[in-house]
Structures are given as structure tokens and as C-alpha cells.
Write a protein that binds this ligand. Structure first.
Ligand SMILES: Cc1ncc(COP(=O)(O)O)c(C=O)c1O
Length: 390
């Protein structure tokens, strides 16, 4: 039998280590147990009705054909308009390329900046698909950890110390998943200096921009960074469309040409009726403010129910889709803590270690449950933590 390529088999090393708690929670759910699922970043609600209606209308009105490879012109216009709001920069439609979801954008960005043998710096803890997406480009990476004590803001000196001769890019994610850190202007300016000094790209994952209470700053908006940043945006979180697969990359016209070539050979353009509905959802801001408000309210309810406790330190304010909680007063073995919390209280959380060693001693709570259930999860967590001993 012929063998598959090394490129494909090397994608998934062991990046799903630490997901055992989630897998066990799914098993318990299948057994009929009522697990409060605060583990993954998925909405528990349907897309906005206007977006669903727009899609039905697009299906009934002939949107069934191949679309323009870089994205349909009206979709790119809508994406450029939303990018101006997200990035606080003037963005032209010709600087935007539509892709099927933020993950596709990540894949394309790695392909566009890294040749086999090149190297990229990733900030830890990080989103789970990053390593595989880099390996798929034949590149290597170094994780530079950010720490709870610094509010999980990455340090430019540590990034600079990790640069090698073959380093081509730094991958940033703000607002961050899993830590919920929103990178400050100071952090971004310091990283920008390093980038310019070493002539590097920034691949900037900004898919959570709308869940930042207006505090998001794009690395692209920092002096000197406009042309060396690839900003990745997506409708999954902001517009409640995880399963629709709509994202885009903002870059320069020259890089957009390259991304268009990438689309030509990878997806041959977006789905027609999804493009039409997505354009209308972007133009009408369908769900944008409501979803942000839903998560803000859920966060407030969760925090109120958690109350003051010395066992759990809350690292971020309500506003994001997650909370990062420091439980080092209780344990550093968060995997063990999370397993027992699931067994005893039927609350599923992500142990910090799942995202990298610098998140050990932390748990990430997703707000993908109703206010009522989050209130219940908070009181179970509080009770469990106060009685927890190893
Ligand atoms: C940090 C981060 N980047 C990218 C993605 C991918 O999002 P999309 O659904 O647009 O592919 C996610 C999804 O959870 C994420 O958390």
C-alpha cells in the first residue's frame, strides 16, 4: 500500500491531550446525565432569525452557483465595513479575502508566510489547532509562554529571545482564547518593535474582537504594522454562525492576490447562498450586539453566583465568551480537579493544561449555557472548591 504524505500524518501529534475531561463529559451526557457543559466555545443558541431568513431567501432566489474566488464583491464590501469597526482602520474591499471560517484563514495565513523549514512563534497558552496548522505548512514553532501574574500579556523580550534565523512570523490572538486576555497597547507596541526589528509577519487571530466590551486593539492598528499584519476575522463567534463557516483575512492588496490564489486551489470560493446571507448579516449587524450582550450578562450572573471566595481568583471581567479562573490556592493539578468536579458535581470545565503548561492551576469556563445553568454551575463550583482536598 502507498503511504500517506508526512505532511498529512504530522498534523495531529498529541494536541488533544488534556481533552479527556471533555470526552468524559460527552460520555456522561450520552448516558443521560445532565452535565452542565461549560467546556467548549460553542453557542447554545441558533443564529439570529434574520440571518436564517436571509439564507432561506438566498436559497429560494437562485444563489446556487460558483462564487468569485476572492469572495463575492458585495460580501467583500460588507467584510471591509465590519473590519473597519473591528480593527479601527480604513480597509478597502480589495484588501479582504473571504474564506470558509477562521480556521481556513489560519491555514491560509500559515501557507502564505511560512515555507517548509521556517519557524513561527506562538504565545502560550494557545488555541488547540495552532500547532497542527503550522505543521501542515511544514514549519516549526516555539511556544513563548505568557503568565497569569502578567494578566497573560505576552512579553516582547521573551518573544525576541525565541527568534531564530528562520523565524518568519509571530502568531498573536487577542482577545485571547483560552486566557481571555485583551492585549494592551503597551504589549502590542513592544511586540511591534520586535517585529519591525526582525522583519517578521504578525498573524493576528481576532475572531473574538466583538466580545471585548470595546477594548479590543488590533495589532494591525499599531504604528508600522499595517502591511506586516494578517488580521483574521470570522462570523462564528461575533454573528453566531459557527456552523456556517464564514471568515476573512484582512491584509494588503498584494497579499490579497496571494490569498485569492490560495482560494483558487483550496476551496474555489465560498458557498453562494451562505455568501449572500453572510453579506446581509454583516451589513445589518444581525446578532452582533445581542450576542455580545448575552455573554456579558451571562458573565455577570456567573460572577455574582460565584461570589467572593479565596479559593478561586477570577482573571477577567464579564464580556468574553469564557472565564479564566485561577485555582492555584487549591491545586496545581487542574486535570484532577476538573475530573472530580465532573464526577461529583456534573460540571464540565477545561483544565488549563489542555492549552499549555503556563495555564496549569487554572480552569477555563465557557459561557455556552443559559444564565440559570451558569448560576447553578457557579454555586456547584464554589461548593466543590471549598471542600476540595487532594
Ligand atoms: C482562538 C480561535 N481562533 C480561531 C478559531 C476558529 O474559528 P472558526 O469557527 O471561525 O473557524 C477559534 C474557534 O473556537 C478560536 O477559539
Amino acid at each position: 500500500m502507498p503511504l500517506p504524505s508526512n505532511r498529512i500524518t504530522q498534523i495531529s501529534e498529541s494536541d488533544l491531550e488534556g481533552w479527556e475531561v471533555y470526552i468524559e463529559a460527552l460520555r456522561l451526557q450520552r448516558e443521560g446525565k445532565d452535565v452542565i457543559m461549560t467546556s467548549i466555545g460553542e453557542h447554545d443558541f441558533d443564529p439570529p432569525q434574520e440571518t436564517i431568513d436571509a439564507c432561506k431567501h438566498a436559497l429560494d432566489s437562485g444563489h446556487h452557483n460558483y462564487t468569485d474566488i476572492p469572495g463575492k464583491p458585495d460580501l467583500r464590501e460588507a467584510m471591509a465595513r465590519v473590519s473597519q469597526k473591528a480593527l479601527k482602520l480604513d480597509i478597502k474591499p480589495s484588501e479582504v479575502i473571504a474564506m470558509p471560517g477562521g480556521q481556513s484563514c489560519l491555514y491560509a495565513a500559515m501557507q502564505a508566510t511560512l515555507d517548509p523549514g521556517d519557524h513561527i512563534i506562538v504565545i502560550g497558552p494557545h488555541y488547540v489547532t495552532y500547532p497542527g496548522t503550522i505543521r501542515a505548512a511544514g514549519a516549526t514553532f516555539t511556544v513563548v509562554d505568557a503568565y497569569s501574574e502578567d494578566g497573560f500579556q505576552p512579553k516582547a523580550e521573551a518573544i525576541e529571545a525565541a527568534i531564530q534565523d528562520n523565524t518568519r512570523a509571530i502568531l498573536l490572538n487577542t482577545p485571547n482564547n483560552p486566557t481571555c486576555a485583551i492585549y494592551s497597547r503597551e504589549t502590542l507596541e513592544a511586540i511591534a518593535e520586535v517585529c519591525v526589528r526582525h522583519d517578521l509577519w504578525i498573524i493576528s487571530d481576532e475572531v473574538y474582537w466583538s466580545l471585548s466590551n470595546g477594548k479590543h486593539i488590533s495589532p494591525m492598528a499599531i504604528d508600522g504594522m499595517r502591511d506586516r499584519t494578517l488580521a483574521l476575522l470570522s462570523m462564528s463567534k461575533s454573528h453566531g454562525l459557527t456552523g456556517w463557516r464564514v471568515g476573512w483575512i484582512v491584509s494588503t492588496e498584494a497579499m490579497s492576490y496571494n490569498f485569492s490564489q490560495h482560494n483558487l486551489v483550496s476551496n474555489y470560493g465560498m458557498c453562494d447562498f451562505i455568501s449572500k446571507a453572510a453579506q446581509q448579516a454583516l451589513d445589518g449587524d444581525f446578532g452582533l450586539n445581542e450576542i455580545a450582550e448575552t455573554y456579558r450578562n451571562r458573565g455577570t450572573v456567573f460572577l455574582e453566583a460565584l461570589g467572593d471566595t479565596n479559593d478561586i481568583r477570577v482573571l477577567n471581567e464579564p464580556g468574553s465568551m469564557y472565564f479564566m479562573l485561577d485555582i492555584r490556592a487549591k491545586t496545581n493539578n487542574t486535570q484532577g480537579f476538573a475530573f472530580k468536579l465532573l464526577q461529583d458535581e456534573l460540571v464540565a470545565v477545561m483544565p488549563g493544561e489542555s492549552f499549555g503548561p503556563s495555564a496549569a492551576g487554572h480552569i477555563r469556563i465557557s459561557l455556552g449555557e443559559s444564565e440559570e445553568r451558569l448560576k447553578e454551575a457557579a454555586s456547584r463550583l464554589r461548593r466543590f472548591a471549598s471542600n476540595y482536598t487532594e
